[in-house]
Design a protein around this ligand. Structure first.
Ligand code: MV4
Length: 448
């Protein structure tokens, strides 16, 4: 097992990783920018190294600064968390070339899934149902017309280097196709330096269902069920839950088994998440994330597993200690992503925390690096806390969520807590009747 893990991240996830290491008897190294000297994970870590100024490009994204910090402190592994360098195949390869373990998938799998066309091809070859569309990049307008005529309008042009919704264009009919194609291409070129695009049938009202997988280096793969991540605004998730209110046991079993078998087929290791769109009783693979996700606690609560500990164990070459049959799903879990933003306009509001009182009690978990007197810096993502509740069923979960939100005191900055109160008063949400567009209509069209 590793002696010392460097945590290449900040905020709540850095603290989350520190906690897992601590429980495993592994020493931790925090790296931080000058804006994060007073961060909770820096205080708790065994050692810390300042790696640069506030802009992420010069600190949390500086591969050489982070590798140097690992070398200086003698860390034998690096956990990247999510965001920043978590899905950077070059970084993962560099880390391994320096004889340090990268706590995540292989650089090859990160690269494969980072390119959405390669990812979809691999998924289809491994037996996963995909959205109908082009079987590769679109090389001409004529080819786009042929594919669109074949699958039918509306179609969606997607950037191969994209993901997370960037570089997508809908074409409702043949007349709109050429413009959508060239706009998607040029946006992709300027955003990612790559103008490869592909085409899919546009699904108008799907749910976003993702499957968590976990694999060791000996060919053992388990799936840990689904998370319903349909509640999002501008590709930012606000609330995730497991199990999905939309799936019946049959489809749940089949989607999980398909994901598990596919990961076995491609030789995947460590954690990963397969993203699906689910509409009219059918599911279709769209992308795969090769990292620990923000919403992983939802899965932990229903499976009773520590995913970060499992990541570290399999990265250290230990076999999974359980099989698919051993995975038991208990009750329901919901996560609210609380951000330092105005709950109506979503304008960011960094600043100094006054009184701080997190909720507690049965079935309540708070993943946050906040403390009274802490200054939320303006340079990074506005996520300040994840409130996760677990209950015997969805109804109990919703009641527990309401009372936890009522208890939660975060003074000094605006937060989205009032938005979650409003959501819990909404009958359609309470009935679990929502798709990927539902939340945008609920919160309205505030511009940023
Ligand atoms: C789609 C789609 C409809 N049809 N693909 C958006 C982000 C990227 N991960 C894939 N996305 C979508 N792909 C087809 N063929 C609709 C979306 C989409 C979406 C997906 C998941 C969660 C929220 C979303 C919000 C808008 C659009």
């Amino acid at each position: 097992m590793f002696q010392k893990v460097l945590i290449a991240n900040r905020g709540e996830i850095a603290l989350r990783i520190h906690r897992a290491c601590r429980e495993m008897g592994i020493r931790t190294v925090a790296v931080h920018s000058t804006a994060d000297s007073d961060a909770m994970h820096v205080r708790l870590a065994d050692e810390s190294v300042c790696i640069g100024p506030p802009p992420a490009r010069q600190s949390y994204l500086d591969k050489h600064a982070i590798l140097s910090a690992a070398a200086i402190t003698g860390a034998d592994a690096i956990h990247p968390g999510y965001g920043f360098l978590a899905e950077n195949a070059d970084f993962a390869a560099m880390v391994e070339e320096h004889g340090i373990a990268f706590i995540g998938p292989s650089p090859e799998h990160i690269r494969m899934m980072g390119d959405k066309i390669t990812a979809k091809r691999a998924a289809r070859a491994a037996g996963i149902p995909c959205v109908p569309g082009s079987d590769g990049p679109i090389s001409s307008e004529a080819e786009a017309r042929r594919v669109a005529a074949d699958i039918g309008f509306p179609v969606l042009i997607k950037a191969s280097a994209g993901g997370g919704g960037r570089g997508m264009k809908v074409a409702t009919d043949a007349d709109a196709l050429a413009a959508a194609l060239s706009t998607a291409r040029s946006e992709s070129k300027s955003a990612f330096g790559d103008d490869s695009v592909y085409i899919e049938k546009y699904l108008s009202h799907p749910r976003h269902i993702e499957i968590q997988v976990l694999a060791d280096t000996y060919g053992n793969v388990v799936h840990l069920g689904e998370r319903d991540c349909s509640l999002q605004r501008r590709h930012q998730k606000l609330l995730e839950e497991a199990p999905s209110p939309a799936l019946d046991p049959e489809i749940r079993r089949s989607i999980g088994e398909v994901a598990r078998k596919a990961m076995l087929a491609i030789g995947y290791r460590n954690v990963g998440t397969l993203e699906f769109l689910y509409e009219n009783g059918e599911f279709y693979f769209i992308e795969m994330n090769t990292r620990l996700q923000v919403e992983h606690p939802v899965t932990e609560m229903v499976c009773g597993l520590d995913l970060v500990r499992e990541m570290i164990r399999v990265a250290a070459g230990e076999p999974l200690g359980f099989t698919q049959e051993d995975v038991r799903f208990t009750g329901h879990a919901i996560e609210c992503r609380i951000t330092a933003e105005d709950p109506v306009t979503f304008a960011p509001g960094p600043g100094r925390i006054g009184d701080y009182h997190p909720p507690g009690g049965l079935g309540v978990r708070v993943d946050s690096a906040l403390y009274s007197g802490y200054r939320v810096p303006p340079h990074y993502d506005s996520l300040v806390s994840k409130l996760i509740v677990h209950g015997a069923n969805r109804q109990e979960c919703l009641m527990r969520l309401r009372r936890s939100l009522e208890e939660y005191v975060i003074d000094g900055i605006p937060t989205t807590i009032p938005l979650f109160h409003r959501l819990l008063d909404e009958p359609e949400f309470v009935r679990g009747e929502y798709d990927i567009h539902w939340l945008e209509a609920f919160v309205g069209g505030h511009r940023r």
